[in-house]
Design a protein around this ligand. Structure first.
Ligand code: GAP
Length: 555
């Protein structure tokens, strides 16, 4: 807030416009303008000065806003994203040359790298960096009794209906029978012809045995629970993680990778001694919360701290709040836009009979808010079913109560790799007007190619040094060497596929043993000594150092 002050120097009075500003916790007074020698004159000049300042501030804010929106992700439809992914080599329709195969997708030379990096980061965060979670890798074709025990064999089914107008098949919930219309054309469904459709793919084993491709990875965790508990010497609370393929014969696969028939899951079953409290600090993170009550009352979701949702009793259990916050923060730490996420509580009629609370982490896809990751409380349902069907004792001895008990799964974070892939693609896709090309701002940790190495022009000595650098860096990361086309074209090609750093060899490189490193998002360049390049790149990829401080800034 600005204010007028009077200073007396000798016999004369002088007026000034001052302002108090708090910087780093300390209040400092700054003189903004000299206002003259009389009170009247000072008041007039102060008014004019503040008006001018307001105008300048407005211009500055407008400029800042323009800069900001230049950096906002560009919204594109899921169809356009599929075209982009095909054009750049991320994802192809499976058997494209035969006309494609609905619900099946192949990952191209960049897609496989991005997908592997997502899985690697998920595994690092959930398994390597924690003491309480170990991993397994179970078989895809599993003993049929596993699916009988889990309930999939009898009830893993959707209701199949056909649209009377466009004739397209659609899956609907039992509760929506007779109520909903075709999402494709708005036509009436033929509810009279509604059928139950089993979602598990059948296969044969040996000559006659019937078996199934797993529809989720989770059940393999339950069947191996006791082995992991004993052999990995786990202490409660603890989790078992798994990444792997799952198969569902979806009635209507759609929205590109969103609903496929073959996909991958990253799942954790987190086991606790029943009724034990969360032992971890709940990450202090804010998100849009869509409670069951708000949905029933047709109210909008409310932004709040996950911890506050727990304190208010919206989220019922501390463990649930912990896992919701943890899963959300995994996405945000890898560069996803937090504003595109919300958590939605399942309504009573969506809850399984054994579950007291269930939440989905949802993402704002171009086709609406949809489930990204389910985070369910499964109690002791699965272990007790497998105990019953296998007739094996799955209880553990609890030192505290001195009793044998069946642990509870307090949370089952279950995330589809393909849906995570879409999130990172949508949130990183920017069309840059100034550069007139797409800049795919993927976090360097998940970017398919970490660096591109170029000689600035085609010249034997530049090419020799470039190849040496390429051979050295490729021992550590997926990097490329590119000498074709103008330097601008090579930068643009790499912007579009998300390569965070471009390394150029020029005349100075031969003299000074250094290279330029260009930052994809800002186009800024630094010079870095070749001897320290690997170390600098490592720090940049892990975001341990600011770009401008990683070398000598090229003006
Ligand atoms: N074990 C629990 C389970 O499988 P789910 O909600 O059926 O729960 C978990 O699936 C996650 O798997 C979903 O949140 C989604 O990310 C992914 N998923 C499920 N069906 C999918 C499909 N047809 N295509 C792609 N991803 C799918």
């Amino acid at each position: 807030m600005a204010f007028i002050v009077k200073k007396k120097i000798g016999e004369k009075e002088y007026y000034y416009l001052n302002e108090n500003k708090r910087t780093n916790g300390k209040v400092k007074t700054k003189t903004l303008a000299y206002l003259g020698k009389t009170k009247k004159e000072a008041e007039k000049r102060a008014k004019e000065f503040l008006k001018k300042m307001k105008k300048e501030k407005f211009i500055e804010e407008k400029r800042e806003f323009k800069e900001k929106i230049k950096d906002l992700p560009t919204e594109i439809s899921v169809e356009d994203m599929a075209i982009f992914c095909k054009r750049k080599g991320f994802v192809y329709q499976s058997a494209d040359i035969y006309g494609g195969f609905a619900g099946f997708w192949d990952f191209g030379h960049l897609g496989v790298e991005l997908k592997n990096n997502i899985k690697k980061e998920w595994w690092k965060f959930h398994v390597w960096q924690r003491k309480d979670i170990e991993g397994i890798d179970g078989s895809i074709i599993t003993h049929p009794l596993v699916w009988k025990a889990s309930g999939h064999l009898d009830s893993f089914a959707d209701i199949f209906v056909t649209c009377k107008k466009c004739k397209k098949p659609e899956k609907i919930d039992k509760k929506d029978l007779g109520k909903v219309k075709c999402p494709e054309c708005g036509g009436e469904f033929d509810f009279g012809g509604a059928k139950e459709f089993k979602l598990m793919f059948k296969t044969g084993v040996g000559e006659k045995d019937e078996a199934y491709l797993r529809p989720e990875t989770a059940q393999l965790i339950f069947t191996n629970f006791k082995f992991v508990y004993e052999n990995a010497r786990m202490k409660f609370p603890f989790g078992i993680a798994q990444i792997g393929k799952a198969f569902r014969n979806e009635i209507a696969p759609r929205d590109f990778l969103f609903r496929c028939r073959e996909f991958e899951q990253m799942e954790i079953e987190y086991f606790i001694i029943p009724d034990s409290n969360c032992i971890y600090k709940i990450p202090n993170i804010e998100i849009s919360v869509f409670s069951a009550e708000a949905q029933e009352k047709n109210e909008a979701p409310r932004k709040m701290k996950i911890l506050d949702a727990l304190k208010k009793g919206i989220i019922k259990k501390d463990w649930h709040a912990y896992w919701l916050a943890t899963e959300f923060s995994w996405f945000v730490n890898l560069g996803a836009n937090p504003n595109n996420f919300r958590i939605r509580q399942h309504k009573k009629d969506e809850l399984a009979h054994y579950s007291s609370d269930c939440w989905d982490l949802e993402y704002k896809f171009p086709f609406g808010w949809k489930e990204l990751e389910g985070i369910a409380d499964r109690s002791d349902y699965d272990l007790s079913q497998h105990q019953k069907f296998s007739k094996k004792d799955l209880t553990i001895y609890d030192e505290n109560s001195k009793k044998k008990i069946l642990p509870h799964v307090i949370c089952e974070p279950s995330l589809g790799v393909e849906r995570a892939f879409l999130v990172f693609m949508f949130d990183s896709y920017h069309y840059n007007k100034e550069r007139e090309n797409i800049v795919l701002k993927l976090h360097p940790k998940i970017a398919p190619i970490k660096a591109a190495i170029f000689p600035i022009v085609k010249r034997k000595d530049f090419e020799k040094l470039g190849s040496e650098i390429f051979n050295d860096l490729k021992q550590e990361w997926n990097v490329i060497y590119d000498e074709s086309g103008s330097i601008g074209r090579r930068y643009a090609r790499n912007d579009e596929i998300g390569t965070p750093y471009c390394i150029t060899i020029d005349e100075e490189s031969l003299k000074n043993n250094d290279v330029t490193v260009r930052d994809r998002d800002t186009k800024k360049q630094i010079r870095v000594k070749i001897s320290g390049l690997k170390d600098v790149l490592k720090k940049l990829i892990n975001q341990e150092i600011e770009f401008e401080k990683a070398g000598r800034l090229v003006k």
